[in-house]
Structures are given as C-alpha cells and as structure tokens.
Write a protein that binds this ligand. Sequence first.
Ligand code: BGC
Length: 415
Amino acid sequence: MTKYLTRGVGALLSMTALSAPALADEVEVMHWWTSGGEAAAIAVLQEDLQARGTGWVDMAIAGGGGDAAMTALRARVVAGNPPTAAQMLGMTVRDWADEGFLGNLNAVAEAEGWNDVVPPAVQAFGTHDGEWVAAPVNIHRPHWVWANAGIFEELGLSMPTTWDEFFAAADAIEAAGHVGVAMGGQAWQEATIWEAIVLSVSPALYEAAIINADMDALGSEGIVESFEIFRRVLGYADPGYAGRDWNLATAMVINGEAGMQIMGDWAKGEVINAGLTPGEQVLCAVVPGTDGAFLFNTDFFAMFDVGEDAQAAQRNMASAAMSVSFQETFNLAKGSIPARTDVPSANFDVCGQTSMADLVEATEAGTLFGSLAHGHGQPASVQAAYLDVVTQFANSDMTPEAAAEALVASVGGAL
Ligand code: BGC
C-alpha cells in the first residue's frame, strides 16, 4: 500500500465535486497526532484557534507516520467531502497541490512574511508554482538515539558517537537484563532506522542513493554496509517488537525496560509528556556518524479548496499555525523545532538547541536532506519501493547483498 495519493488516483479524483463539511466559523482538521505527546501538542493549536473565535472539529486517525490518516483522507476526498484542513508531510502536499485540491494561502503568507522566515528547504514543499499551499508547523529530525539516563549512569556508559560504541553500549545494557534497543515493527519505523544508517555511512551516499535514486549508489558497497549495520541493530530488539507502536517503544526507554531507541524527535514529545526533562532523565544524541548532517521532515497543514465559506476559518488557522508564539509553544511540546527561523531558542532543551544549530550548519554544508521514511525524500510510489525492501529485510534473513540488489530492482521498477 502506498503512503500517499498516487498520480493516477489523483487525476480521477480531480473530477469529483467537493463540498465543505465544516461550518464557516470552524475547521475540521484531519491529523494523526494521537500519542500522549502528540495530543498535548495539537491541543495548543486548538486553544489558539478557539481564542481567535474559530472552532475545531477533530478528525484524529491513529497510526504513527500517518499511513492510516492518508488512507482516510483519500476516502474522504473520493466521497467529495474533504476536511477543511489536513496534516501532511512534504511530498503529499506536492501531490495534492499538483492535483489542484489545495486552497491558496498566499494572502496570509504575504501579509505575514512567511518567505522571510521559513527555511528554503521547507518552503520548497509548502509552495506550489510559487504560491503557498500549506502552513509548516515544525521541523522534525528523525535520526536520534534516545537513552535511559539511569541505565547509562549505572553502567558507566556515555552516548555513543560511533557504531562500535553503540553496539558496546547495547551489549552492556542487554547483559544488565534490559532490552538493548526498543523497536517498533512497522515499515516506516524500520525505514527511519535504516535511512539514518545510510546517512551515517555518508551524507553523499544518502544524497545519491535516496534523494537522487541513483542505481549505482543503490547497488553499492555503502548500501550493503548500511544493511549490515541495520542487521546488527535489529539483533538488539526484543522478540515482541513486531507491530509495536513507536510511542510504546519510547515508553520502554522511559520506564527502564530498554536502554535505547532510534527514533525521530517526536519521541521527545513523549518524554516531555511524561513530565521528564530531555537531556536529563532521557538522553539524546544524533545517530552515530550523522553529526554535521540533518535529515528533516515537516508537518504541514494544507487547506482543501472547499469553497469561500470556509476560507476565513482556514486563513485563521494558517495564521495561528504560523505565529511565533504558537510555533514556540507547540514545538516545545512536540519535540521538533520551529519551522520559522525567528523563534528564540532559549526555552528549548539541549536536544532542541542542538537541532537548531545543526540545521544552520547542515544547510551551509549542503548536508540537509529530506527524510525518505517521512515523506520528504521521494514521491509515494518510489518511497514505497524502498520501504518494501527495508521491511522485507528486517523481517527475514535476507542478506545485505541481496537487499542491495533488491533495492536496485524495486526502486528501478518504480521510477
Ligand atoms: C510526523 C510526526 C509524528 C510521527 C509519528 C511523523 O511522520 O512528522 O509529527 O509525530 O510521524 O506519528
């Protein structure tokens, strides 16, 4: 199943008449923020909007990474009844905009100077033919290691900066009776780990094999090496990992059942929601070998073109989502960093401040890339071709060499 709208379906849908489901002074918002930390973050937007006189009809579809939400969104659009607004990752924004379903946010964007404050890499996904079509609320970084500080202290460990250190820490954690690496067993979670490993092999490999889908790079020794490392990481999961949600894996780190988790910084939202301080009870460090590089994914709110009646509320929502104060409060709860560069960093924890500084550094160094696992690396159909192989590898005894060959065939066939 593909994660997003495919072009063929989109062309068909563009012939379907749309109707506005929500009242003029409310927005119906489809999203997948249902974990504790995610729900706390979206409550900030609901409250902001209510204070501006715009009501909120909540259409939450559970499922990390948004696969289920995107399926539900397609069904609503096919039925001619899209929500007023929907959470989307970058490539999905492009797909829906290409199909002509999204409303134009340029009036708000121009009045509020979005072009001056949103990093160009994020603008590239929020605009279509030079017009703003979606409001970016954050910048997530998917390649983090989260660790239980109590376990690390007890075992005299520090956060790993190389894979050797990572595996030595995982061995020590297992020997002390904990799960080495808390994992969730869904394709997007497996891909979140694998893409981080590819980046650690080298940012140039990530760019060639994932962003450019270069066949030589995909079949290269570097990709074989990425699967070798991935196989070792998988060896530290507990037998119950199949099908586990990401936030339950984060909870294992929080409560000391497991020592580490490799996951995006939405995991930090769970830490905060548990009343803990990131960098204190739960430690953070970027995945070994990815220092100096930055994978990102941005959550956008796109407004469906559902008629004039809905536009005032939609503009209100876009404006609320882009305000400096919202972007600070929301991102402090969500675990991400603001999608605006003019939000002060002072209130962010050490992990957030690291991200803010690294984003600037990676942008200058040319090592800022969109996340494949989170809809910013390749369009849906090509993304699915990568994820199919990664998840097949994770759930079988496929060799790293065979996985590299399978990637060439799978991605080559999808391009
Ligand atoms: C989204 C995050 C979300 C995570 C887990 C990512 O794709 O960008 O906002 O928290 O999935 O659901």
